[in-house]
Design a protein around this ligand. Structure first.
Ligand SMILES: *[C@@H]1O[C@H](CO)[C@@H](O)[C@H](O)[C@H]1NC(C)=O
Ligand SMILES: *[C@@H]1O[C@H](CO)[C@@H](O)[C@H](O)[C@H]1NC(C)=O
Ligand SMILES: *[C@@H]1O[C@H](CO)[C@@H](O)[C@H](O)[C@H]1NC(C)=O
Ligand SMILES: *[C@@H]1O[C@H](CO)[C@@H](O)[C@H](O)[C@H]1NC(C)=O
Length: 510
């Protein structure tokens, strides 16, 4: 077929608004171990689950969690995983992304001691998914570091990369015969910035602005590369699966067209996303040049003897390069960015290294929290920066105060999936999957249970943690069934529609 015919077809597709997910495109939902599992001290024996950094934080500093809650029980998925599989089946998702609790498998963090109950739990979950035709997509690390490893410095300790490789080996050995989609690490920025720069994660009280985050980042990238190379050299031949990393990013929109704001927004993309993606996906490898030069320059002015950004050796650059079969993308929001140079004698920090300030536009339609064109721009930025790698959206979703009539979430999901389809069909971005965060309400880290992202409501007051579909679950089920954004979920009438929508009674048996 000649190019002009293809162009014509694409135009027809877009003009007619019949946006269809192409054959083979995967639609799923996502969770993470600490946010749903509970069973925090299940079978506390010499080989039971160990304590992780979120157990420690929620127990020792309840005042740092919005509602003083913990993940001790959460959605109780440790006991109710069959319920999770049942609701995934109701939606008929292609895949389910969940994470392994490192300290449930390796109570002390090290691979010398494996908890048999943890192995049984994940085997049961994986087998239940597979027998229901749901592809398990497994994240090795989604923020719940074993406390004993944190006590040794956590991700600022270079040795943690080796402990992570050990953990990955245990997981590949145990589950690699059935798990064909692996994600090494979820959102490195959230880990390193959230802990060492901003103190909005776990552990708390370990801030070291402008320094700790870069140590953490180097370990994370080497840990990721170790797990990838291990899989690539030993397990790929046996099992033929895929392994990637999940990187989160905002879209950084220049606040004005002035060149300094355009450059500032580009810096945010280069550092926020490129910090992780450039070493893995770019032709040159290593950190983005702008990141290296700005941190080096600031460090010099601040009288450090060397850059606060620890460099990779040439051997490490090569080791990290090319270590992903796909680009897992988490995206939630868009910010306006303007240039802002901080005084040279101000203390070291990431924001100083970036030299920017961010804001939102309160007039954004449909709302400052729903900016779908930013999503489309992210896909295009990745396509242009890294030669159009295979992208799988591993998280996208909308947080609210909870409730079944979640109109705003329906609107968000529909608009963001539309933006994804435009990036795919019109812009030629190489996207092959979309994963809603989250299948159900869960523990939203330091926000506790005050912010809800679920397609299903969870009754946290009931010992059964009853899961009830929200309107967005019905909407997503329709999307999955039709492989389109169905006409009946018309944006203009969504409010009216959902008010009169009857939630179908799902049959527990199928
Ligand atoms: C486990 O934790 C719960 C609190 O979530 C506590 O009541 C219980 O005693 C603990 N069990 C063991 C065996 O430590
Ligand atoms: C920047 O320029 C583009 C193209 O000329 C225009 O569409 C856009 O509105 C401008 N943005 C701002 C913030 O002025
Ligand atoms: C760095 O050292 C120089 C020379 O001692 C001094 O003038 C300058 O104020 C120092 N800069 C900072 C940020 O402390
Ligand atoms: C919890 O589930 C059990 C078993 O299905 C049921 O008998 C019980 O009534 C439920 N309890 C609540 C509070 O929903």
């Amino acid at each position: 077929m000649s190019t002009w015919i293809i162009c014509l077809l694409f135009q027809a597709v877009v003009a007619g608004e019949v946006l269809k997910f192409p054959p083979g495109f995967k639609l799923g939902t996502s969770t993470a171990s600490y946010q749903i599992e509970g069973g925090w001290n299940a079978s506390v024996t010499s080989t039971g689950k160990g304590e992780n950094i979120w157990d420690r934080l929620t127990h020792s500093h309840p005042e740092l969690i919005a509602d003083r809650s913990t993940g001790d029980v959460a959605c109780d998925s440790y006991h109710l995983y069959e319920e999770d599989v049942r609701i995934l089946k109701e939606l008929k998702v292609d895949h389910y992304r969940f994470s392994l609790s490192w300290s449930r498998l390796l109570p002390g963090g090290f691979s010398n001691n494996i908890n048999p109950d943890g192995v049984v739990y994940y085997n049961n979950l994986i087998n239940a998914l597979i027998s229901n035709n749901i592809t398990p997509m497994v994240t090795l690390y989604h923020w719940d570091l074993p406390q004993p490893l944190q006590d040794l410095g956590g991700w600022t300790n270079p040795q943690t990369a080796i402990y992570f490789e050990d953990f990955a080996r245990v997981a590949f050995e145990l589950f690699g015969d059935r798990v064909k989609m692996w994600i090494t690490i979820n959102e490195p920025s959230s880990i390193c910035v959230g802990t060492y720069e901003a103190d909005i994660a776990a552990p708390a009280y370990v801030r070291s602005p402008g320094i700790g985050l870069y140590l953490c980042g180097k370990t994370i990238l080497l840990a990721h590369a170790r797990a990838y190379r291990l899989y690539d050299s030993v397990y790929r031949k046996k099992y033929g699966g895929k392994i990637g990393i999940t990187i989160d990013t905002i879209w950084a929109e220049p606040k004005t067209n002035a060149s300094e704001d355009v450059d500032a927004a580009e810096r945010v993309m280069q550092v926020g996303l490129g910090w992780w993606a450039h070493p893995i996906f770019s032709a040159e490898g290593d950190y983005p040049q702008i990141m290296k030069s700005r941190v080096e320059q600031n460090s010099k002015v601040e009288n450090f003897s060397e850059s606060r950004l620890p460099p990779f050796t040439p051997k490490e650059v090569k080791f990290v390069q090319g270590t992903a079969d796909f680009f897992g993308l988490n995206h939630y929001r868009t910010l306006l960015i303007s240039n802002h140079e901080f005084p040279s004698d101000s203390p070291p920090s990431l924001i100083k290294d970036l030299g920017v300030v961010g804001s939102i536009d309160p007039n954004w339609k449909p709302s400052p929290k729903i900016v779908p064109w930013g999503f489309r721009k992210v896909f295009n930025w990745i396509k242009n920066a890294y030669n159009n790698p295979l992208v799988i959206v591993t998280e996208n979703g909308y947080g609210d105060g909870g409730g079944i009539q979640d109109n705003a979430r329906v609107l968000f999901l529909k608009e963001y999936m539309k933006a994804l389809l435009l990036a795919l069909l019109e812009d030629g971005c190489n996207i092959n999957g979309y994963t809603v965060w989250s299948i159900m309400d869960n523990l939203e880290w330091r926000d506790g249970y005050t912010v809800k992202y679920g397609l299903y409501d969870v009754n946290f007051n009931s010992p059964n943690r009853t899961r009830t579909p929200k309107v967005s679950a019905i909407f997503y089920r329709d999307v999955i069934k039709t492989r389109t954004l169905p006409e009946k979920w018309n944006l203009d009438t969504i409010t009216k529609t959902v008010k009169t929508l009857k939630l179908p009674k799902f049959n527990k048996q199928n």
